[in-house]
Structure formats: C-alpha cells, structure tokens
Design a protein around this ligand. Sequence first.
Ligand SMILES: Cc1cc2nc3c(=O)[nH]c(=O)nc-3n(C[C@H](O)[C@H](O)[C@H](O)COP(=O)(O)OP(=O)(O)OC[C@H]3O[C@@H](n4cnc5c(N)ncnc54)[C@H](O)[C@@H]3O)c2cc1C
Length: 435
Amino acid sequence: MLRRQLVRPLSPCARQPLCTSLRHNTFSTSTRRRLMGMTGFTETQLTVREAVTAVCSHFPNTYWQEHDQNQQDPTEFHAALAKDGWLGIALPEELGGSGLGISEATMMMQTIAESGAGMAGAQSIHGNVYATQPLARFGTQAQLHSTIPNIISGKWRVCFGVTEPNSGLDTLRLSTTAKKQPDGSYKVSGQKIWITCAQVARKMILLARTTPRDEVQNPSEGLSLFCIDLDRTQPGLDMRRIKKMGGCAVDANEVWFDNYPIPADTLIGAEGQGFKIILHGMNAERCLLAGEALGLGYAALGKAAEYARERIVFQRPIGQNQGVAHPLADAYMHLEAAKLATYHAARLYDASKTDTTIRQDAVGVAANSAKYLAAEAAFTACERAVLAHGGMGYSVEFDVERYFRECLVPRIAPVSREMILNYISEKVLELPRSY
Ligand SMILES: Cc1cc2nc3c(=O)[nH]c(=O)nc-3n(C[C@H](O)[C@H](O)[C@H](O)COP(=O)(O)OP(=O)(O)OC[C@H]3O[C@@H](n4cnc5c(N)ncnc54)[C@H](O)[C@@H]3O)c2cc1C
C-alpha cells in the first residue's frame, strides 16, 4: 500500500518540461550533488547520515506533500525509524538505546529534514529524542525501564508540554498546577498550547507548578517535571488541534487539564526542581533544532540550484544570471557557517558530560547561537529557493513552498530569535537585562 503510494506518478502539470521528471521529487541528499561540505565529521556521524538516508529514501517528497496537504500523521515514517532503532540514538544502551551523543542525534535530525521530510518529518520524532533526555538522566530505574524501551520501540510516542497561552516565553510564570493529593498523587489543572504530536502521543513530559510562585524564594523553584500518560478515557483531559501554516503532517494542539489525576511516580527527579531538570534538555533541543533547520536549508538550496541549472529562459539557464546565482551562493556560505556553529555546540554539549572544565553557560551560548544562526540561514535559503523557482516556487509539486512555510518554525521555537539575542546580550556582552 505504502509502496504504491510512493511510486505514484506526479499529477499532470501544464508546465510539462518542468514537471515530467521525477528528479524534482527525489530525495535531496541522494541526488548527484551533495551540497554540504562533509569534512570534519566523525566516522560515526557519517555512518548515521548514511543509514538514516537509507531509511528516508523510502519516504520521498511526494509522501511529505501528501501528508502535509491531508494533515496526516507520518505514522509509517515514525515506525520505520523506530524499527531500525533510531529513536534511541541518544538514550542509554542498557535501556535499548544506542548511547550516542547529541552530535550524532543532530546529524540524524538534519538528515531527516534534508531528505525532504522537512520540519514535519523532524518534528514527528524530535520529542522522542530530546524530551526523553531529562527522563533518562533524572528518572528512577522503575520509570526508565517502564517507559524508555516502549519509546525506543515506537510503541509509545512522546510530546513535550511547556508552552502556555498566558505565559509565552516567560516560562517561569506558567500557571498549570499539579496539586499534591493526600495519597502522594497529583491533580493537574491548566492549559498548554502548541503541543506537537499530542494527538498521537501516549506520554507527555509536562512542566507544571507544584508550589505557588509567591511561596518560593526564586521563581525557578516550585516547578516540577512529570512524565504522564495522556489517557483520553480519563476525565479532565481535553485537546484541540491548531490549524497552522506549515508542517501540517504533524499535529499541534491546545491541551486542557482539569483536575486530571496523575500518579506520584510520574514525577521526574525532585519536586520543585523541574525547571533545572528541563534546562538539561533545552540545550540539546537547540542543537537538534539547529540541525533540522540546516537540513531544511540545504534541501531548499539543492532544489534551487538544480532548478537554476535546468530552467531555460532567454535561451540560457537562469543560474547563468548572477542575480540568481549570487543569492544562492551567499545562502550556501551562511548554511556552511551555521553548520560549523551547530556541530561545535553539539560537540561541546556532549563533551560537557564528562569534561567538568566546560561550563554549562558556555554550552548554552554555543547552543543558542547555533540555533539562531541555523534558523536564519535556513530562512534565507528557503526564501531564495522559492524566488529562484519563479512561479513554480509557489507550486506544491516543487516542494520549496513547503520548505518555506516550515522554515519559520526554527525562528520561533523552542525559543525566539529575540530571546536568544537577549540572552547573548546579557550573558556574553554583559549588557543590562532588558526584560
Ligand atoms: C510549530 C510549533 C511547534 C511547537 N511545539 C511545541 C511543543 O511541542 N511544546 C511546547 O511546549 N511548545 C511548543 N511550541 C511553542 C514555542 O516554543 C513557542 O511558540 C515559543 O517559545 C514562543 O512563545 P510564544 O509563542 O508564547 O511567544 P510570546 O512569548 O508571546 O512572544 C511573542 C513575540 O514577542 C517577542 N518577545 C516576547 N518577550 C520579549 C522580550 N522580552 N524581548 C524581546 N522580544 C520579546 C518574542 O520573541 C516573540 O517574537 C511550538 C511552537 C510552534 C510554532
């Protein structure tokens, strides 16, 4: 069934010479020309790239076009990656993972996005890779053994519940509460928003307040992290899908809790320490997002260069015009620079686990910078890819419109450009805090 879908010929198109070739819908990292410079990567990263490329090759652009248009979850894609063990890439070997680092996981996420799966493909598995990091580090043995193997096998999917409509980026003001009950369990009340994959997730890594903000010394205290079941048969849980601009294959949701009961053993780490615990996963998430942005940018640029080589107007390839070529060359250099920043940050993140001389704030600066630079480079590449295609850049069939819609996500989430600029201004330049 899936096979048949994948080899389905393209829909008829009026611009015959441009759309009859399946090349326009093939997997971008497997085309003749690979754009990204490959020097400097480790053997393991290259192996990851090759193996993930092989899995992704079964899910060409037509698959992602259809799933985007139909707002259909890429269940088969998630299952294919799970089947080959990729969801456990950065999880401990004793729990069935590969025990690799964020450097390798970033390469995996980049390869997925670059395959043409874009942000949608990346987001369909992203939470399983990074939201599980705090759990793997701070969870009890019982928690780890009951959840992680099911996540790695693909049986359970995971979503991440932090953002709220009334607090936005001011996470410490989130108002979802988890109230402790006499038997040690909790009842959750409040609202989360923009929760990716909540419709298909069995587990949510949830950040909620367990002690009111005015009863703690520091607002970062009193927040707790939980790994909860999203049991839709229980009263007190409701969710609604948000209609969105891009990445429509994956769902994004508002989630409401109203005295939703969760057992005591869903708490990860110590009560009240959830914010510190979650910070551990945030730098990893920024590296992964940077990788996803890079993948999207290279995919778009590959398409643009291919089109610019082949599209003949005024009796010559449009890429022969410097007005077309130079913006693409410039976009390439920005992607390459962001790539160096991204893999530097990922390497630092991994090394800091054992090298105590690497300070966490240095990792934070590197990871935030990488996410910022990669998101900007991806945006530039995607916008220019659409423009290089002229009118066909606006057509679904040429994919760059989908990449363009998706390339705004790394600029917004998990932290916006402005908040990264605030962070660098304050932490590196020692300028007064502006908010
Ligand atoms: C596709 C998508 C998927 C997502 N998935 C998830 C998910 O799975 N789980 C989850 O928890 N969240 C998720 N999010 C939420 C995302 O992390 C937030 O949207 C993001 O953190 C921005 O928060 P906000 O939307 O509340 O923006 P706001 O906080 O409302 O900010 C709005 C704008 O104001 C700017 N701004 C605010 N304060 C300042 C300031 N002091 N200085 C300068 N500028 C400022 C911001 O930079 C931003 O541009 C997702 C979002 C999207 C779009």
